[in-house]
Design a protein around this ligand. Structure first.
Ligand SMILES: [Zn+2]
Length: 157
């Protein structure tokens, strides 16, 4: 008989299959044939039997995996580690006048990404300073001469 996994808990070790005739069949982990455990929505084939507590499924074979496995992974990719509280979070978007202002941690409200003009300016200045220091470490003489010529140009203008 064909059916779909209604739900399966690998912790509990059991779940239910809804048959194509719309009847729920209990199944335990020992009734699964093959090495992989079923996920919710997987298409399965099974042998229906009657137990003391109702319909049961044995010889459960996964025919087709549900496409939700890919969704699960992409959802997991949205989660980042908050620099404030170090929890796995999905940043919350804060809107300001119809545009994205910033994203914050839903637990500790630490700013994750600042999209506001001031915030972007800060990160730009930060980037320039960082680049300056990296360059200063690599090419001290060239940078000294460059800053000197910029200074002279500024003084002359
Ligand atoms: Zn946080």
């Amino acid at each position: 008989m064909k059916g779909t996994v209604k739900w399966f808990s690998s912790e509990k070790g059991y779940g239910f299959i809804t048959s194509n005739e719309d009847q729920d069949h209990f199944f335990g982990v020992q009734s699964i044939r093959g090495s992989s455990l079923p996920d919710n929505g997987d298409s399965v084939e099974f042998t229906p039997t009657m137990g003391d507590k109702g319909a049961k499924a044995t010889n459960v074979v996964i025919v087709k995996k549900a496409p939700q496995v890919a969704q699960k992974t992409s959802r997991a990719d949205d989660r980042i580690t908050c620099p404030g509280c170090e929890r796995k979070i999905v940043p919350r978007i804060i809107m300001d006048h119809g545009s994205i202002d910033r994203t914050v941690c839903p637990f500790c409200t630490t700013t994750i990404e600042d999209h506001s003009l001031l915030g972007m300016l800060f990160s730009l200045v930060g980037f320039i300073i960082k680049t300056f220091f990296i360059l200063a470490k690599e090419y001290p003489v060239a940078l000294f001469l460059a800053s000197l010529s910029v200074l002279i140009l500024v003084l002359l203008s």
